[in-house]
Every structure is written in structure tokens, then in C-alpha cells.
Design a protein around this ligand. Structure first.
Ligand code: UDX
Length: 458
């Protein structure tokens, strides 16, 4: 059992802390926000993450985890300190490392015994060397301190599961001692551990995330071509997926990737490459495709409708993916301002992300349009002229094609998540546009209705 302190209680820090406690370590999570600490002590998670609160409450009850703003008390006699603070993207695409620097300095000035400092935050290659130097520069007591890299691969919405059942744990160390310490900490998880040097560990994180981002952008690129040549991206992906070298995951075309990692990490690696005088063309292409993809449906709809001015626009899903209330880099954030600027009357539904979205676009008049947040899907669809689907929530997937037909004023749907089969929408009389597939066009619907009429008459 290790005495572990975790700096930062965002997705990375809090989930890591709770999971360390769950496998038996003694954990203290540190955050600068008093209210957040109070909330966590009362068993409430500041982030929405399946299974997290249960584990917080369970481990707090047996005193295996605690939360504090008092970093000195948490760090001074810790065996290991995990840094999970944010590294937000700066306007030029580089990572802002100021939070890491603050924590590193606090650690240096506080620790009173030998300690392994583990950086979980995603940081540019070489940062951990600098963090170690920085800590040594400010170190107050004569203790052994080393820095290790331990990138995090959890996905939001399944963070606890991803941590407790990770496919691999990457540890990057520069000494036997650091490697052994980290091995012992992770032994209790019983998962495969890949031990490499620090810079490789830092690179594995970027290379993995950017590869997945590339995979998505590639499928979106192919999807756009599918539409032009009359192929179906769903079938194409299915055919590709049987090749084990390609794999079946992350082949879903849609309105682009969002979230806290892919957009940030693609730009960061591209920036790192540029700093070294190298042009990372593949990653650059993934970024470009993604930027265009996010407003693909808006562009399609703009061509089909003369204007959005005064139209009732239903939006189903605001978050960057289901299972989270996180809006970071969500496609909704690219599309809503365009619609509002055109004077759209938006009725938005999201099971848990609406409150966060309302902080950016409050209920009522916004720009030339209006925002209304509704608690159920029918209220969003009732009387709508057009509907956009941005997130494939279970609740959204459960909506039948007939519901669009029955509730909307004109059943015109732009689906960024390819939830429906084109044929079922056509049959239900819904004009349907999605990504990488033929559309159920108004003419088709009329034709199929006429055909039905003729068949029923004859
Ligand atoms: C991702 C990685 O999965 C995780 O390993 C890493 O640590 C952090 O970044 P996350 O951002 O939480 O996790 O979500 P993820 O499920 O990977 O989805 C990211 C974005 O890609 C979402 O907007 C999602 O809708 C999109 N996506 C994903 C697709 O468009 N198509 C796919 O096939 C898969």
C-alpha cells in the first residue's frame, strides 16, 4: 500500500485517485477549489462519470480517500504524487504548462521524504525532464525525488472502467528505483504494464490519440467521397473492419471528433513537430478534415433551405459524445452560433449537457436567434422545420422515424451520427441527410408515397 497524493481533480486526477483507493492505496486528492473539495467530501462527484460517485462514497467511508485544498499536508509525506492538472491548448496549438509548473514548485517546497512524482497530464515530449529539473531547483529538503511519466488513456463516459480494466499501463522512467515504485503501485491493478523511457511514454500518449483521431478523420474523408460516388460508409466500414490489421473500432464517420483530447493532442503534436522544423502532414490532414467536418451538416442544410431565419430548429444532443456532460470541442458549439446568427429559433435537447450549454448560450435571445432548452425530445421536435442530431444519446437513438414525421412541421432531419437506416426514414416519410450515405430526398419520399398510393389503389 502506498501513500498517494493526486494533484487536480478533473477527469484524469479524480478518476485516478478513486481507482488507486479502490485497489487499496491510501489517497489524498488535492484541488484549489474549496467548494469542489466540500462537494467531493460529501460524496458528490464534480464530473458526470458512470460508477464514480459509488466508488468515491465507498472509499471515503473506509477512509481510503480524502479531499483537501491543503497541498502541504497531502504532499509532505507522500510516497508518490500524481499530477493530473490540465494542460489547456494555447492559441498557437501549444500546451499551457503553467498548472504543472505551479504544482511542481509546491511539491519541491513541501516534500520531506523520498518521493516519486508521476505526471499523468498529457505533456509535450521532454516536459518531464524539465519538471524534474524544476523540482530539483526548488527542492527545500534533502530528499530523493524523481519524475515519471504515466499517460492516461481513459475515455470520458467510461473513465472508471477504462482505468480499472485498462488495456495497458504505460510507465516512463529514467531509473530502476522509479520503475520499481511505479510497478508496485500498479501491481494491484493486475494489468499489462509497458515500461519505457520518459520521452517514449510521453510520445506514446500523443501517438495513440492522434492515430485514433486520424482514423476518424480518414473515415470522415472517405464518407464524404462515398456520398459523391454513391457508396455507403456504413457498409464500407463494415467491410474494412473484418481485416484485423484495421480493426473494427473508431471507424464511425460523423460530424468530427470533439472532447478534451483528440482536438488538443492533434494540434499539440503538430505544434511540437513544427517546433522541431518538421511538418507532421498526416496529423495536419486529420485536423483539417475535422475542422470541415464539424459544420458539414450545416453546410448541407444551408444549401437545401433558403435561410434559417425564423425557422424552428430542433437540436438533439449537445455534448461531444454520449455519457458525459462535457461540451469541449463539441460540434454543437460550431453549429449553434452559425444558426443563431442566421436568426434560428433553436429548441435544444440534451439529457445532461443542456445546463453547461446554457452557460455559453443562455435561454432566450442570442445574437439574431433564440435558444430554448427542453426536457424531452418531443418538445424539441414539435412544430420544427428542421432537426439536427449532434450526439448519439440512447434517448435519441430510441426515437422512432415516425416521431419525426408526426411531430415536426416539415420532417427534415440532418443526422451527424448516422443513427438511422436511410430506408427506414424514407419509408416513414422523413427527408433524411446523414454522413457518407445517400439521402432520403423529398422527391424519393413523394415517389415512394405515390407508389404506395398506387399499390393500395390497384
Ligand atoms: C479519447 C480517447 O479515446 C482516450 O483514450 C484518451 O485518453 C482521451 O481521448 P474521449 O475524448 O473521452 O477519449 O472520447 P472518445 O470516445 O475517444 O471520442 C472522441 C471523439 O471522437 C468524440 O467526439 C466521438 O464522437 C468521436 N468519434 C469516436 C467518432 O467520431 N467516430 C468514432 O468512430 C469514434
Amino acid at each position: 500500500m502506498f501513500k498517494i497524493a493526486v494533484a487536480g481533480t478533473g477527469y484524469v486526477g479524480l478518476v485516478a485517485g478513486v481507482c488507486f483507493a479502490e485497489v487499496g492505496h491510501q489517497v489524498t486528492c488535492v484541488d484549489i477549489d474549496e467548494n469542489k473539495v466540500k462537494l467531493m467530501k460529501s460524496g458528490v462527484s464534480p464530473i458526470f462519470e458512470a460508477g464514480l460517485e459509488e466508488l468515491m462514497q465507498k472509499n471515503y467511508a473506509v477512509r481510503r480517500i480524502d479531499y483537501t485544498t491543503d497541498y502541504k499536508a497531502a504532499y509532505k509525506d507522500a510516497d508518490a504524487i500524481f499530477i493530473g492538472v490540465g494542460t489547456p491548448e494555447q492559441p498557437d496549438g501549444s500546451a499551457n504548462l503553467s498548472y504543472i509548473a505551479t504544482v511542481a514548485r509546491q511539491i519541491a517546497e513541501t516534500i520531506e521524504k523520498d518521493c516519486l512524482v508521476v505526471v499523468k497530464s498529457t505533456v509535450p515530449v521532454g516536459t518531464n525532464d524539465k519538471v524534474e529539473q524544476f523540482i530539483h531547483d526548488f527542492l527545500v529538503h534533502n530528499v530523493r525525488v524523481e519524475v515519471a511519466s504515466n499517460p492516461e488513456f481513459l475515455a470520458q463516459g467510461s473513465a472508471v472502467h477504462d482505468t480499472l480494466h485498462a488495456e495497458r499501463i504505460i510507465i516512463g522512467t529514467e531509473s530502476k528505483w522509479a520503475e520499481e515504485q511505479l510497478m508496485k503501485i500498479y501491481e494491484l491493478f493486475g494489468l499489462p504494464i509497458v515500461s519505457v523511457n520518459r520521452r517514449s511514454a510521453e510520445m506514446i500518449k500523443y501517438a495513440s490519440n492522434d492515430f485514433l483521431a486520424l482514423k476518424i478523420s480518414y473515415m470522415n474523408d472517405i464518407a464524404n467521397l462515398c456520398e459523391l460516388v454513391g457508396a455507403n460508409i456504413h457498409d464500407v466500414a463494415k467491410g474494412m473492419s473484418f481485416d484485423e490489421r484495421i480493426g473494427s473500432k473508431f471507424l464511425n464517420a460523423g460530424i468530427g471528433f470533439g472532447g478534451s483530447c483528440f482536438p488538443k493532442d492533434t494540434k499539440a503534436l503538430e505544434y511540437i513537430a513544427r517546433q522541431h522544423g518538421y511538418e507532421l502532414r498526416t496529423v495536419k490532414a486529420a485536423i483539417d478534415v475535422n475542422n470541415d467536418q464539424k459544420t458539414m451538416l450545416y453546410k448541407k442544410a444551408s444549401k437545401r433551405l433558403i435561410t434559417f431565419n425564423g425557422l424552428k430548429v430542433a437540436i438533439l444532443g449537445l455534448t461531444f459524445k454520449p455519457g458525459t456532460d462535457d461540451l469541449r470541442e463539441a460540434a454543437s458549439l460550431d453549429n449553434v452560433p452559425l444558426l443563431l446568427e442566421q436568426g434560428a429559433d433553436i429548441f435544444a435537447y440534451d439529457p445532461i449537457g443542456a445546463a453547461n450549454f446554457a452557460k455559453v448560450y443562455p435561454e432566450g435571445g442570442n445574437s439574431k436567434g433564440r435558444m430554448t432548452y427542453v426536457a424531452n425530445i418531443e418538445d424539441a421536435l414539435r412544430g420544427a422545420n428542421v432537426c439536427f442530431i449532434f450526439t448519439e444519446w440512447g434517448e435519441v437513438k430510441a426515437v422512432s422515424p415516425e416521431t419525426y414525421k408526426n411531430f415536426m412541421r416539415t420532417p427534415l432531419v440532418y443526422d451527424g451520427r448516422n443513427i438511422y437506416r436511410v430506408e427506414e426514414m424514407r419509408k416513414a416519410g422523413v427527408e433524411y441527410h446523414s454522413i457518407g450515405r445517400e439521402s432520403a430526398r423529398r422527391e424519393d419520399i413523394k415517389e415512394s408515397k405515390n407508389l404506395e398510393l398506387q399499390t393500395s389503389r390497384s
